[in-house]
Design a protein around this ligand. Structure first.
Ligand SMILES: Cc1cc2nc3c(=O)[nH]c(=O)nc-3n(C[C@H](O)[C@H](O)[C@H](O)COP(=O)(O)OP(=O)(O)OC[C@H]3O[C@@H](n4cnc5c(N)ncnc54)[C@H](O)[C@@H]3O)c2cc1C
Length: 352
């Protein structure tokens, strides 16, 4: 491979939060062959590679990336009975729309999530009670060490709440090339989440619609409307969407930690919302932040909390350092108040 094929790029132009210095090398790979050639070149020349999708869940440092940023640009969607396979570089929401147009139910609650299809397994993307891990039937990937193709069953992906082997033990080990989903032909929409059910109950008469496809489409539209109201759809003209979506995951507490948390709440005369998650308890990160004294719209050195969503940190003219400082300030305040440690959801790009 010839290094002249590699450009350079300001990473702030490639991320939804619009942060990050320059990539020393930037390359868009349109085929698996190009990905493998790039990986081999990097390996032969001892250059770090960071794999980029749509840049909606990644934070690059202000210094940029002293290596190759490889943007996965593989395209294609294939329908095979109830299995739909999408290439990693397809835009996720376009893919969701295409499945619905082809009369498949299953992905409607995941409408409007930015980024590429290939990144969705990485953090087991989820919204409104649905996670991709429950619908995925298989993943194809390239092993970055051996350059070989590998295939994973869903059981092998280690999916859990906003996590998988691709974000955990095998972070940076694979480049996902294809993701297959089992969807339901002419199926009905899934409405599990109370907020979505309430919205539909007051805005849409699903029974009056003629068939499953129309109802699935109506649920997609409802999800998109709710998301727009929270700036959870990326929009050039909406400064509150210049984010990575939720900056923190909802903490999952072991019973003893949950008891300690509850006693702190009792002392403060607060009743936190929580959900049982197996043996553990999932606590709302947004509630913790709001009850630690932060309000929507809060700003510190140009880094802020969205006006519409307490979990989204937004770039109002700041640097990566500023956004990470704000995140640390929020984490410390929540920990001081409730003894709970918030985890950052986006990936902080590192060298490898
Ligand atoms: C406004 C907004 C709303 C959001 N709402 C949600 C939501 O409701 N639910 C949710 O779960 N997330 C949400 N997100 C987060 C984000 O959209 C998802 O995590 C998305 O899947 C990231 O895709 P991406 O292509 O942009 O990945 P990137 O940001 O480009 O990359 C994220 C990580 O995945 C890795 N990666 C990317 N592509 C590949 C590949 N092909 N193979 C291997 N690794 C890869 C990268 O190296 C990086 O570690 C939101 C983000 C924004 C900005």
């Amino acid at each position: 491979m010839n290094i002249s094929k590699f450009g350079t790029k300001r990473l702030s132009e490639t991320t939804t939060i619009r942060l990050g210095g320059a990539a020393k090398y930037f390359i868009e790979c349109n085929s698996e062959e190009e990905i493998i050639q790039t990986l081999k070149y990097a390996s032969d020349n001892n250059i770090s590679v960071f794999v980029l999708g749509g840049g909606s869940n990644v934070i690059f440092s202000d210094e940029g990336f002293d290596g190759i940023v490889l943007k996965v640009n593989l395209k294609g969607i294939e329908f095979n009975d109830d299995i739909v396979t999408v290439k990693a570089g397809e835009d996720w929401d376009e893919f969701v729309r295409t499945t619905i147009e082809n009369d498949f139910a299953g992905l409607e609650c995941l409408s409007g999530i930015p980024g590429t299809a290939g990144a969705t397994p990485v953090q087991n993307v989820g919204a409104y009670g649905v996670e991709v891990g429950n619908l995925i039937t298989g993943i194809s990937a390239i092993d970055r060490g051996t350059f070989e193709k590998v295939v994973f069953s869903p059981e092998e992906c280690g999916f859990s709440y906003r996590n998988s082997r691709f974000k955990g033990a095998d972070k940076y080990k694979y480049i996902i090339t294809d993701v297959s989903f089992r969807l339901v032909k002419s199926g009905e929409p899934i409405i599990k989440y109370p907020e979505l059910a309430r919205y539909i109950g007051t805005h849409i008469d699903l029974k009056s619609l003629n068939n499953g496809k129309e109802r699935v489409l109506a649920v997609r539209e409802a999800v998109l409307k709710i998301r727009i109201g929270k700036s959870m759809i990326v929009d050039e003209n909406d400064p509150d969407s210049h984010s990575c979506g939720s900056f923190f995951t909802n903490p999952v507490l072991k019973p003893a930690d949950f008891d300690a948390f509850l006693s702190k709440c009792v002392q403060k005369n607060l009743k936190p919302p929580y959900f049982k998650d197996g043996q553990n308890y999932k606590v709302s990160a947004a509630w913790l932040i709001e009850n630690s004294g932060f309000v929507k719209g809060f700003s510190l050195n140009g880094a802020g909390i969205s006006n519409k969503h307490s979990l989204a940190l937004v770039n109002r003219g700041c640097s990566t350092k500023d956004i990470l400082q704000l995140a640390e300030h929020i984490k410390k305040t929540v920990s001081d108040n409730f003894g709970v440690t918030l985890e950052i959801e986006p990936i902080l790009a590192a060298y490898r």
